[in-house]
Design a protein around this ligand. Structure first.
Ligand code: NDP
Ligand code: MG
Ligand code: MG
Length: 336
């Protein structure tokens, strides 16, 4: 079993007296920088001019361009989109790193797949909160936190693990628990989770159910409620108490149907396909394809995005959500 660490396990604050630069002020960047500043740390933002830079200034941060921020800082946390980190590292970060600096990430992608090959004289660590940035910030403001993973890839100074643990603790992980991993495990499991289950699996399951009902002649609005809207209630119950807790709150009819029909949807073939997805992640094929598409102007990415945005479930959903103000009240602005 993995050891879970809490606030009291972090005896010294290894961030004390250090200048911290957070590169990027998007989902994760905003959350890490604000939570660390609220803990009394000296945080600046390194970013290009634009809407994120404006937001960081409005939030009271000193904002520099990336090379200047790297130069000024002892600890550099890279919270830029994964696909651009390699180029930015080469052109703007590496030339300004000093021996004994610490280079940090919230996802192991670029280090694990060797897109970034860090200089040997710097610490390299990761702190990956297991949630989107707005939750990392909101839970912190509520006096709680989001569980986090931390890992050390390279320990040049002998302090890398202490720095990583202090960061994981102060970003909010210490209040709810944080776990140690390595770059390989975090990268491969994170990619697999989002592809096979959380994002890819769920969206395509919901769409297939919607299409099955609509093709059979049922009203799209009814189909939307049955396969998308109600999903949140079920997931909330699983989140709170696991499968059994969820199954206790649904009807016996629903629970019986769960047991007899679930295995007809998710079959041995599904698991064979999941294993193939994991193989592509482990071999580096997924990372290579993603990078190749990025270098090709994300042609394939944009065309898949466009196709998905045009799905009928999106149109129906937009109309129905207008009728449900309670859904919109809690909506998160994901457009930054
Ligand atoms: P976002 O896309 O939300 O934010 C990226 C930031 O980088 C923006 O502020 C953007 O500014 C800035 N940026 C983009 N291009 C450049 C550039 N060329 N030079 C300088 N700044 C630039 O990213 P995320 O927060 O989602 O992801 C950051 C990291 O965190 C990734 O490694 C990701 O895997 C990881 N992560 C993300 C999670 C999430 O839930 N989102 C969860 C856990 C880890 P601008 O407004 O100018 O474009
Ligand atoms: Mg991810
Ligand atoms: Mg029902």
């Amino acid at each position: 079993m993995a050891t879970v660490y809490y606030e009291q396990d972090v005896k010294t604050n290894a961030l004390e007296g250090k200048k911290i630069a957070v590169l990027g002020y998007g989902s994760q960047g905003g959350a890490h920088s604000k939570n660390l500043r609220d803990n009394g740390n000296d945080v600046i933002i390194g970013i290009r001019p634009g809407s994120s830079a404006d937001r960081a200034k409005e939030d009271g941060f000193e904002v520099l361009d990336v090379p200047e921020a790297v130069k000024a800082a002892d600890i550099i946390m890279v919270l830029l989109p994964d696909e651009i980190q390699g180029d930015i590292y080469k052109d703007q970060i590496e030339p300004n790193l000093e021996a004994g600096n610490a280079l940090a990430f919230a996802h192991g992608f670029n280090i694990h797949f060797e897109i970034i090959e860090p200089k040997e004289d710097v610490d390299v660590f990761m702190v990956a909160p297991k949630g989107p940035g707005h939750l990392v910030r909101r839970e912190f403001e509520n006096g709680s936190g989001v569980p986090a993973l931390f890992a050390v890839y390279q320990d040049a100074t002998g302090n890398a693990r202490d720095i990583a643990m202090s960061w994981a603790n102060q970003v909010g992980g210490g209040r709810v628990g944080f776990l140690e991993t390595d770059f390989k495990e975090e990268t491969e499991t994170d990619l697999f989770g989002e592809q096979a289950v959380l994002c890819g699996g769920t969206t395509h399951l919901v769409q297939a159910g919607f299409e099955t009902l609509v093709d059979a002649g049922y009203q799209p609005e009814i189909a939307y409620f049955e396969v998308l809207h109600e999903l949140k209630l079920i997931v909330d119950l699983m989140y709170e108490g696991g499968m059994d807790h969820m199954r206790k709150s649904i009807s016996n009819t629903a629970e019986y149907g769960d047991y007899v029909s679930g295995p007809r949807v998710v079959t041995e073939d599904t698991k064979t396909n999941m294993k193939a997805i994991l193989d592509d992640i482990q071999s580096g094929k997924f990372a290579k394809d993603f990078r190749a598409d990025y270098e090709n102007g994300f042609e394939n990415f944009e065309s898949m995005r466009k196709e998905q945005r045009g799905h009928q479930i999106e149109e129906v959903g937009e109309t129905l959500r207008e009728m449900m103000p309670f859904v919109k009240e809690n909506a998160v602005d994901t457009d930054n």
